[in-house]
Design a protein. Structure first.
Length: 115
């Protein structure tokens, strides 16, 4: 076990030699295969100063795999974006292109709300 003091901030020192620190880190779930994922693609303008973003939700898997999928989409669309908290944001309205790319990668895709 790594002795990372940052993980134990706020922990009171124990004199018990058998004491083990407990980590509250959540275990990430394994990434489902592309054909088992059901992604929703929508257009979102909330809290973005009127700018639209293509929002991909429903991804089940690790943060690294989510970021990798986000990077693939950003590269193929030629724009910026981000992937965090199980959502992938692509700057601009690229719903049709994102749906085509995701279907090409084997994902089940539905177009959600948004005009």
């Amino acid at each position: 076990m790594a002795n990372d003091w940052k993980d134990r901030l706020g922990v009171v020192f124990s004199t018990n030699p058998d004491y083990e620190y407990e980590n509250d880190k959540e275990e990430e779930m394994e990434t489902l295969a592309a054909n088992q994922q059901e992604l929703r693609v929508s257009l979102d303008r909330k809290k973005r100063k009127g700018k639209s973003v293509t929002l991909i939700t429903g991804f089940i898997g690790t943060e690294e795999d989510s970021k990798a999928l986000g990077k693939t989409l950003k590269t193929k669309c030629g724009v910026g974006g981000t992937a965090k908290d199980g959502e992938i944001l692509i700057q601009g309205d690229f719903r049709k292109k994102v749906i085509e790319i995701l279907k090409g990668l084997g994902y089940k895709v539905k177009q959600a709300g948004g005009k």
